[in-house]
Ligand binder design. Structure first.
Ligand SMILES: C[S@@+](CC[C@H](N)C(=O)[O-])C[C@H]1O[C@@H](n2cnc3c(N)ncnc32)[C@H](O)[C@@H]1O
Length: 237
């Protein structure tokens, strides 16, 4: 995956995105934003905001900034904000999630929905999300992670070589994304009725220098996804 192929893919998707990826991925969006909505009067960054499908879900006392690398997806998001009169959406900016221009600790909560398996360097995304999130702030990720087995696993394997055309990686492991990021995993919830999508709710480190190096035990509640171990073998959480 590289930024040019991502931009190409989402330029293609923009016009039909809401129809194809709207309803099926809404349970994950709703659960993630519901988690964020528990804290009033905060400032949220949504990375990879896309066409802004989640924007109407935020409570109106939450100020939201959205960023994305696809101008076409952002155009749709801006239309939604105007049509629905979402005055709490502060800004929608064209920006690379791996090189955010915000200062450290600018946001109370940072959310990435269906983005982690799209960006070229998912660990770099995590580092940036942690950097711009306040110490002990909330980091929320929604994504599909590699299945343990069954027909879905076979499909992931078969279509993985098409990642660049699809605009996302069908095979995507959770543990390499989080291990060493220094954040505490508070909860991993399947987004029923589409449990292949998981909502990962994390707490940012108290202070950047003090971040722990492992979050291994926090995977215990995760069903149905393969976790890659440091030794390269796979294990269930
Ligand atoms: C699968 S869509 C998800 C959009 C939205 N979050 C949703 O729930 O529908 C992935 C989005 O991530 C964006 N994206 C991919 N790589 C990015 C990057 N490096 N920086 C910012 N946005 C990126 C794409 O342009 C696309 O809009």
């Amino acid at each position: 995956m590289d930024l040019a192929s991502i931009r190409r893919a989402y330029k293609r998707y923009a016009g039909m995105y809401d129809v194809v990826f709207g309803a099926v991925m809404n349970p994950g969006r709703k659960l993630a934003v519901h988690t964020a909505n528990k804290k009033p009067n905060q400032r949220v960054l949504e990375v990879g905001v896309g066409t802004g499908l989640a924007l109407p879900l935020y409570r109106r006392d939450i100020k939201v900034v959205g960023i994305d690398v696809s101008p076409e997806m952002l155009t749709r998001a801006r239309e939604k904000v105007a049509e629905e009169g979402l005055s709490n959406i502060e800004q929608l900016l064209e920006m690379d999630a791996e090189n955010l221009t915000f200062s450290d600790a600018s946001f109370d909560t940072v959310i990435a929905m269906y983005v982690a398996s799209v960006v070229p360097h998912p660990r770099r995304l995590m580092e940036e999300m942690c950097r711009v999130c306040k110490p002990e702030g909330d980091i929320i990720i929604v994504n599909h992670f590699t299945s343990v087995g069954g027909p879905l696993r076979a499909v992931e394997f078969l279509i993985n070589p098409l990642s660049k055309t699809l605009g996302w990686r069908p095979e995507f492991e959770l543990r390499p994304l989080l291990d060493g990021a220094g954040i505490e995993v508070k909860a991993i919830r399947p987004a029923y009725p589409t449990p292949m999508f998981k909502v990962i709710h994390c707490r940012n480190a108290p202070a950047r220098a003090a971040r722990p190096q492992a979050v291994g035990q926090a995977y215990a509640g995760m069903d149905g996804a393969v976790l890659a171990r440091a030794d390269g073998r796979r294990s269930r959480g």
